[in-house]
Ligand binder design. Structure first.
Ligand SMILES: [Zn+2]
Ligand SMILES: [Zn+2]
Length: 295
């Protein structure tokens, strides 16, 4: 299986590869810029080649980028709305250069007014990105916990957005397990997972699902609160993850951790190994363990 995590790309995206290797990740996610900044960046000459070569050598794929948190395609504020469009275009440009498989984004917020009130605005924003920029990785709309009127609290909401864009094939979905539970999908049992996947398939088609954000949740079912927990330490629990990892559709996708980490340092080998164990896979030993076992 493809199990990895969000890693820092500080110092250049090629630096994300050794960081992924250090936690035995075989897929990953990065930010190109600070997640709370509209700053523009360029990839220095030679960096994308170093990145793709290293990923090829170590078989770490696919990679996605997470868009900045400031994006709000529903915003009535022209500056925020325009910046959101430009930031997504920047990420797709860089993502194309680096050969990424998707740009994950939080679509925006209707601030409690309901999706219908802002749908034309959201559609116009996504249309602007896709029409000005035919090429580039797909935009992966992330399911959200629904806090503060965040758009994407259900697959049917995301389905409305994608349908309104003519089912453009450059749009997909990212399933964050913490957000899904908090949004009200009971993914703690095989039955609940089947119900969720059925709804996803009816609303969007299951092939729209391109990535999993594998996070346990500090808050319970339908809490509408977004707080990630380490695998097995939250309300999804080990049994929930075992059931998720056993699902045929979900197993084919990249699983990307955004967990706090055992030492608070972010996604780590310990959390990756928890998923591998629950998936029934062999664990990759830490190099420290491997050497210490030699007498
Ligand atoms: Zn996210
Ligand atoms: Zn996420």
């Amino acid at each position: 299986m493809r199990i990895g995590g969000h890693v820092s790309a500080a110092g250049g995206i090629h630096q994300a590869v050794p960081r992924a290797q250090a936690i035995r990740a075989n897929c990953g996610q990065i930010f190109f810029t600070g997640p709370t900044s509209w700053r523009s960046v360029q990839l220095k000459a030679g960096i994308t080649e170093q990145f793709t070569t290293a990923c090829g050598n170590h078989d770490i794929r696919p990679w996605v980028a997470h868009a900045v948190y400031l994006i709000n395609l529903a915003s009535a504020d022209e500056r925020i709305w325009n910046n959101s469009i430009h930031s997504l275009m920047l990420y797709r440009t860089l993502g194309l250069q680096a050969g990424l498989s998707g740009i994950v984004l939080h679509t925006g917020s209707h601030s409690g007014a309901g999706l219908a009130s802002v749908l034309p605005r959201v559609i116009a924003g996504l249309e602007a990105v896709l029409s000005r920029q035919p090429e580039g990785p797909p935009l992966l709309l992330e399911i959200c916990a629904g806090q503060g009127g965040a758009i994407g609290v259900s697959f049917s909401e995301l389905g409305q957005v994608i349908k309104a864009l003519g089912n453009d094939t450059r749009l997909g979905i990212c399933l964050d397990t913490c957000h899904a539970l908090a949004a009200g999908y009971d993914i703690r049992t095989a039955g609940g997972i089947t119900t969720m996947i059925d709804e996803l398939d009816r609303s969007l088609g299951v092939e729209r699902l391109r990535a999993i954000h594998a996070n346990d949740s500090q808050f319970g079912l339908a809490s509408h609160r977004d707080r990630h927990a380490n695998i097995g330490e939250g309300f999804i629990g080990e049994a929930g993850f075992a059931a998720l990892l056993a699902h045929d559709v979900l197993r084919q996708l990249p699983w990307i951790l955004e967990t706090p980490g055992t030492n608070g340092s972010g996604p780590d080998l310990d959390n990756i190994n928890r998923l591998r164990r629950l998936a029934g896979e062999e664990l990759v030993p830490d190099s420290k363990d491997a050497t210490s076992s030699i007498p």
